[in-house]
Write a protein that binds this ligand. Structure first.
Ligand code: RUQ
Ligand code: CUA
Ligand code: CA
Length: 646
């Protein structure tokens, strides 16, 4: 059989893709009409159609190009979540080249993340010194703001499995803090605030909001497991600097993704389970769910006034955001705006006026005007749902939305395998009764089943409408086959003209979710550490040596290409050894590694960086500790002899 036929046959077989598509359609048929300008969805029982052929070459020439000549630098950074590899990835755009991976929640063998004492302190350990967790699932990544644009200080990323939030310093591109959210399961959406709701002088990020997706009995101690009324989830606020959890809001159902307003007054989360169901079918019974708007200033006043409780052993103040307790606008902390059936993404338009909720099981996008939500809180608008200024059909399976700064929104349609470009003002006119208002501007097939989407500078005041990236969950026939596991396909699209133009496919290791794309001059990375960054720094090769305190031994050494400061060092079997290594090479790109055979140790030290490891010298013998990172013509000779006496 020819190679081509074999690939085709595989494409029509029952696979993860078909299963997923069928399951999603089954959910969709529960009372949702298909979108007007699309053919009706296939019934759930119908066999999945064989793969659509690849899109024909775009008929519109693109002014943007992905091709960079050798030596040319990209003009944008992309920060990509790595999914269940637990890292953040740094891409250069428009080339799509992966430049770096920043390990956060999961050990990483290149840098020794989870091996060094410094990284273990960030990741968190059990009393026996082993890592508390070694798996994670990162979905959402966003960066700190100033004046409505990224300021290059920090980025954050979530771990859905263990409810942790990691912070990345954007000077060194390393993870420096991780916080575990109390009483939260399935921590999913994340968004930094863009200003303080009260103090206009604070026009930058000081809080990060976190949505909790899985409602659990609170406290989750094995009681009340079958009583849905005891199940709640929490919307959490983390301090951007200290990374401590400032407060939480107890809500009905569960919160999914998160958006924040440019004025700092509102944060929102989509909520697909107003039914408070604990079984799959219960979560899909209501025709409308909600987008929850949190009045940040009021919540913080309530916390200050002591109107909170705590849950379990956590000391974090928890205020009551349940629907029942928040019906009076004068006192409400949370507003429940209704949104059709199991919404997913919520995104803030760059003009600061609207949040847009994607319908997921409804083929609609809902546009909510923030000024009207504030009017409701202020008692100036009676019916909260009057804040909905548009609710328009856009296609099947809308998930996430990006913006071009020219009034257009771009939403992924998971089931249609398309991006729909639609005009927000036209949608508002259409919703208000002008049936001639054409809000759908363009559609583009993508390959295949897109989840996340983002445009260059999209959720900032500097949205520039040049590039759009889309994270396709399935790549199927777009790359050489490599066995059962397919890469995902991150596609790049030119959105500078009226028509979207597909520019490139990029295979990526599973499985990225959200990402942001921003201009390269917004970050100022440092390529050499400061010796004083570590209190343990060995500042002079003369300070190298072995010091002993009973069975506790400290080994200090330095690296300078092509040698370590100690040619050898002696230990006794059973010693508890802490080895500290400072790289005294101070020029860019001169990284050394340090591996100890049979001791499961390997880590790197970047220019002027200090790292340490602690281990028990339980195996006697000679161990050639060697440099694992190519540094010099004599890199292979760069070793030191660790002698463990029996
Ligand atoms: S959620 S599709 Cu975290 Cu949309 Cu990834
Ligand atoms: Cu030092 Cu290789
Ligand atoms: Ca629902």
């Amino acid at each position: 059989m020819s190679e081509k036929k074999e690939i085709q046959r595989e494409a029509t077989g029952i696979g993860r893709r078909k299963f997923l598509n069928t399951a999603a359609l089954a959910g969709l048929t529960a009372g949702v009409a298909a979108c007007n300008d699309k053919p009706a969805a296939a019934p759930a029982s119908a066999p999945a159609a064989p793969a659509a052929p690849a899109a024909p070459a775009a008929s519109h020439a693109s002014t943007n190009t992905t091709h960079l000549k050798p030596g040319e630098l990209d003009t944008y950074y992309g920060l990509w979540s790595g999914g269940h590899t637990g890292d953040m990835r740094v891409l250069g755009l428009p080339s799509g080249r992966e430049i770096h991976r920043i390990p956060c929640f999961v050990p990483d063998a290149l840098v020794g993340w989870g091996v060094t004492n410094e990284s273990k302190a960030v990741m968190g350990t059990k009393p026996d010194g082993h890592l508390k967790y070694t798996v994670a699932d990162t979905h959402h990544t966003h960066a700190s703001y100033k004046d409505g644009n990224y300021d290059g200080r920090y980025a954050w990323i979530n771990d859905k499995i263990n409810s942790r939030i990691a912070r990345i310093r954007l000077d060194y591109f390393v993870c420096d803090k991780i916080t575990e959210l109390p009483n939260v399961q399935g921590f999913h959406g994340i968004f930094p605030d863009k200003a303080d709701p009260v103090d206009p002088a604070i026009n930058y990020t000081t809080r990060v909001f976190c949505g909790g997706e899985f409602a659990i009995p609170l406290p989750n101690n094995g009681q009340d497991v079958n009583d849905p009324t005891k199940y709640h989830s929490m919307f959490s606020c983390v301090d951007a600097e200290t990374m401590e959890v400032r407060w939480q809001v107890l809500i009905d159902g569960n919160c999914d993704l998160v958006a924040t307003s440019f004025d700092g007054k509102l944060a929102a989360t989509n909520q697909y389970n107003v039914e408070n169901g604990i079984h799959y079918e219960d979560m899909m019974s209501a025709e409308r769910d909600a987008c929850l708007f949190f009045n940040v200033a009021r919540i913080e006043e309530a916390v200050k006034a002591g109107k909170f409780k705590t849950v379990g052993s956590s000391k974090v103040p928890v205020v009551d955001g349940s629907h029942e307790s928040n019906k009076d606008p004068k006192t409400a902390l949370v507003a429940y705006v209704s949104v059709p059936k199991n919404p997913h993404g919520v995104n803030a338009s760059p003009d600061g006026k609207y949040f847009i909720c994607a319908g997921k099981l409804s083929p609609t996008a809902t546009v909510i005007e923030l000024a009207k939500v504030l009017d409701w809180f202020d008692g100036k608008m009676e019916k909260l749902d009057d804040a909905i200024v548009a609710e328009v059909e856009i296609g099947l399976g809308p998930l996430h939305t990006a913006f071009d700064g020219r009034g257009n929104a771009y939403t992924t349609l998971f089931l249609d395998s398309q991006i729909v470009k639609w005009n927000v003002d036209a949608a508002i006119k259409f919703h208000a009764g002008d049936k001639n208002a054409k809000y759908v501007v363009d559609r583009l097939d993508v390959h295949y089943q897109p989840g996340h989407i983002n445009a260059s500078q999209s959720e900032t005041k500097a949205a520039d409408g040049k590039y759009l990236a889309v994270g396709c969950k399935f790549s199927k026939d777009r790359f050489l086959p490599v066995g059962p596991l397919h890469p995902e396909n991150e596609q790049l699209i030119d959105i500078s003209g009226d028509k979207m133009v597909l520019l490139a496919d990029h295979p990526v290791r599973g499985e990225p979710h959200d990402f942001i794309i921003f201009k390269r001059d917004l970050v100022k990375p440092k390529q050499v550490y400061d010796l004083d960054d570590s209190p343990l720094a060995v500042k002079d090769p003369k300070d190298s040596g072995v010091t002993r305190n009973g069975k506790k031994v400290t080994v200090k050494l330095t690296s300078q290409a092509p040698a370590f400061s100690l040619r050898e060092f002696k230990l006794k079997k059973g010693d508890e050894v802490t080895l500290i290594l400072t790289n005294l090479d101070k020029i860019e790109d001169l990284t050394h590694g340090f591996a100890i055979p049979n001791y499961n140790v390997n880590f790197i030290v970047n220019p002027l960086e200090t790292k340490s490891v602690t281990f028990i010298a339980d195996k006697p013998g000679v161990f050639w500790c060697y440099c694992t990172h190519f540094c010099h013509a004599l890199h292979l000779e760069m070793r030191t002899r660790m002698i463990v006496e029996a």
